[in-house]
Every structure is written in C-alpha cells, then in structure tokens.
Design a protein around this ligand. Structure first.
Ligand code: BGC
Length: 417
C-alpha cells in the first residue's frame, strides 16, 4: 500500500474514535511550500485534524527558512506567536532565553522521548533541562543527486571524488547539458560551500571551522582551496541560476536538462512527488569526498506558551503525534528525510533513506556526524548569516580572490560572535 493510502486508512480509523472533549487550534509556522514538502506537511495536518483539532497553516515560502524566521520574529515581538514554529538547532536556546517557549516535559515523559532519541538530539530540544521542542526528522545535507539517464547520454561516470566530479561535469557540459543545477540564493550557495568544506577539510576540519570557529582553520590553506574549488564550480552552472528556487533546480534534473544537483535530501521530496524511483530514475550519492560522513539537519517544532487550555491541549497532541511511528513513517517518506526515532522500522523506506540511516548510525560512532552550518545546526543564525554573505559575494564575483575570501570569512564570523 502506498504511504498516502496507508495514511488515509490510519486516519479513518482515528476518526471513528470519540473526539477529545478539548479540541483546540494549532497554528504552525513552517516553510514547506514546494510540491514535495507540502505533501509531507499535509501528513502532519491530517493526523492533527484526526485528533479533533483545527490546523491553522502558517506557511512562509522561502527555502532554508530565512523569510519564515523574519516573520516569526515580527509575530513574537507583537506578543502573538504561533503555537508551533519550525525553529532549529542553537536558535531554540535563544528563543528559550526569551522565556517564550512552552514546557513539553509531561508529553515527553509519558512517551519516553529520552529513550527514543539520541542524546545529542534530545539536548538540542531542551532548554534549561526541559523539552521545549520536538524533533521531526534527520535530513542529510551532503548529498549529490544525479540523473543516470543524462549521465548515460553524456558518457559520464557517477563521481566519488571531487576530481571525478569535475570530470563528469566536463562530459555533461560537452554533451550540451547543464552540468550542475543550482539556485543562486545565499542559503543554496552556503549549502554547496559547506559540502566542499566537508570534502576538503574532512570531518575534523569541518568541526574546527564551523563548530569551534577556529581562526587558523578558517583562514588556512585548505579553506583557500575550498574557495578556489567553489570558483571552479561556478563554471558549471547555467546563466539563469540567479535567484532560482531549489525545487526548480531539482526540476531541471527531473526533466533531463541537468545532470547533477548538490542539495540536502529534501530534494528527494520533489522526485517522490513526480513518482520517480530512487536508484532507478535518480541516484543519491554521498557528496564526493564525504563518504561515511554525515552533515545533519534536524527539523524541529518549538512550542510557544499559550494561554488557552484547549489550544494548549492541541499543541501537546501535535507534539505527541510528531514522535509517533506512524507520523515518522508517512512524513519522512514524503519529505526525503529519515526518522529521528532510532527504533523505526526502515523496511518501507527507499534505498536512499536506508543508506542515510545506515550512514547516520555509522558516522555517529566516530566523528563523522557533524551539524550543518548552512541549515542552522552548527552555530547561531548570526554566524550562519555572516558565512552566507561572504560565500555569496565571493561566488558572484568572478574577480574575487580565494585567499582574501578565507580572511573575510574569519573576520565576518568573529564580528558576530
Ligand atoms: C529545512 C528543510 C527544507 C529545506 C528547504 C531546510 O533548511 O530543514 O525542511 O525542506 O530547508 O526549504
């Protein structure tokens, strides 16, 4: 049975159950607005509605979520935050410090979240020892997506190293394809940059650069090499890349116009929505040079304090639903991510998700598991913004000097620390 029809079956059973006496409303802020993302968000909406509550969708378009976060700040400042908002990583602590987040410990204790979640994940969701957010999934950022048919036509070989990546890009270019489908937006430039840092500096160097923000690493020879490689890569994107949304870039691959895309596995949601099959119609490869390592990006919903008892009940039901196996399966199958519950049965997932779960567990045994900088897991949004500025300026300036860029990177990070 397809995930969606299983979801419908589960919901019709749930709707036979007596509705809770306390039915409330949950307003949920997120930025899941592409075709594939919306299908995933709908699974959550349906499960919450099946519990008798009303879902108020607060979707703010814009990949990576920068626009959504700006809108959230405005709403919070006016004293009217939504019940739940997709807030990630260290930013959860910032919102906790403002005293605006609700305590979810009752739900978490009853459902034993401490046992279900890896400790590093649980810690991110807690403020001052109490759960204030619920994790949804684990996205992997260091992926390369390829269209095998386009590769075949161009006589290109799926790359495992950066050298092979550029060799494949040359073949694709010579055969008249767009070698690399890219969207010129700061967070997408930042995503590509982060993958290059992971490949060229390795997991330890990546950690030093983005988590420790170590100056010598940020300005070192390898970082200069990253910028030089980024410049080279610019030669393989098309002239219309500026401003393009990530899902339009994925569409170029799906439609056979481009050969590769560097993107996290939310890109898979677009392939699934187009009824394409992993391993056949498209391939997911660990980003060349990062095999065995895993840059993680955990989506999570932070809950805001609410005065109304019914809405509070709806909010708790929302939080409870997110970590139930049913939601974990339906949502993640549509979203391209893997379940955050480590005990989830993966037999119903496709080959990319199964590889992702295997690699996540393997990487977690050593230092290969690293937080994504471009997706708000490694540092605050201020540091993330500083990195995006330097990277985007560099990427769009044909005369920019890699050595200078590395110096600017360290200075920009230092200025917001
Ligand atoms: C989020 C994903 C989302 C992607 C594109 C990432 O930062 O974690 O959930 O699909 O941005 O908008």
């Amino acid at each position: 049975m397809k995930a969606i029809s299983r979801l419908t079956a589960a919901i019709s059973i749930a709707s036979l159950l007596p509705l809770s006496a306390l039915a409330g409303q949950v307003e949920v802020l997120h930025w899941w607005t592409s075709g594939g993302e919306k299908r995933a968000a709908d699974t959550l909406q349906k499960l919450v509605e099946a519990k008798g509550h009303t879902w108020k969708d607060f979707a703010v378009a814009g990949g990576g979520g920068e626009a959504a976060m700006t809108v959230l700040k405005t709403r919070a400042v006016s004293g009217n935050p939504p019940a739940a908002a997709q807030i990630k990583g260290p930013d959860i602590q910032e919102w906790g410090e403002l005293g605006l987040l609700a305590d979810l410990d009752d739900v978490a204790k009853a459902a034993e979240w401490d046992k279900l979640l890896p400790k590093q994940v649980a810690d991110i969701m807690k403020y001052d020892g109490s759960y204030v957010a619920v994790p949804i999934n684990v996205h992997r950022v260091n992926w390369l997506w390829i269209n095998p048919e386009v590769f075949k036509k161009a006589g290109a070989t799926p790359p495992t190293t950066l050298e092979e990546f550029f060799a494949a890009a040359d073949k694709l270019k010579a055969a008249g394809f767009i070698p690399l489908a890219h969207g010129g937006q700061p967070w997408q430039d930042g995503t590509v940059f982060e993958d290059l840092v992971f490949a060229i500096l390795g997991a330890d160097g990546y950690h030093k650069a983005f988590v420790e923000q170590d100056k010598a690493t940020l300005t070192g020879d390898k970082m200069v090499e990253v910028f030089a490689t980024l410049k080279k890569l610019h030669g393989y994107i098309d002239a219309d890349a500026a401003g393009r949304d990530w899902n339009s870039a994925t569409a170029l691959l799906i439609n056979g116009k481009a050969g590769m895309q560097i993107m996290g596995d939310w890109a898979k949601s677009e392939w699934s929505a187009a009824n394409k099959v992993a391993g056949q119609d498209y391939q997911c490869l660990p980003f060349p040079g990062t095999q065995g390592s895993f840059a993680y990006n955990i989506d999570s919903l932070a809950m805001f304090k609410l005065a109304d008892a019914e809405n509070r009940k709806a909010q708790e039901d929302l939080a409870r639903t997110v970590l139930e196996p049913e939601f974990q399966q339906f949502f993640n199958q549509n979203k391209g991510s893997i379940p955050v519950r480590q005990d989830q049965d993966m037999s119903q997932f496709d080959s990319c998700a199964q590889q992702s779960m295997r690699d996540f567990k393997e990487a977690a045994k050593g230092n290969g598991l690293q937080p994504s900088l471009a997706h708000g897991m490694a540092a605050s949004s201020y540091v993330q913004g500083a990195v995006f500025d330097v990277v985007t300026n560099f990427f769009n300036d044909p005369d920019a000097d890699p050595k200078k860029a590395a110096q600017q990177l360290a200075a920009a990070i230092q200025a917001v620390q």
